[in-house]
Design a protein around this ligand. Structure first.
Ligand code: HEM
Length: 47
């Protein structure tokens, strides 16, 4: 997300727009939320 924000990652300009519009303070919560969505795969459970 930070990569899209600073354009070091540029394969999707829309993602860059979105991440630039996302307040810096929201990144921590957002990344924790996204990591939480992958917890079943991480623990080896199917979905
Ligand atoms: C709140 C909304 C969103 C969040 C938090 C988000 C988050 C992310 C993250 C974390 C990645 C990096 C994934 C990785 O490196 O494995 C990513 C990549 C990407 N996102 Fe989003 N995204 C959002 C919305 C969108 C939308 C609306 C679109 C397009 C309609 C989009 C298109 C993409 C694309 C094309 C990539 C690159 C995938 C790749 O390189 O394999 N994202 N996004």
């Amino acid at each position: 997300m930070l990569g899209f924000r600073d354009e070091s990652r540029g394969n999707n300009p829309g993602m860059s727009d979105l991440m630039k519009a996302t307040p810096e303070d929201d990144f921590e919560a957002l990344s924790q939320y996204l990591a939480g969505l992958q917890i079943d795969a991480y623990l080896g459970h199917g979905r």
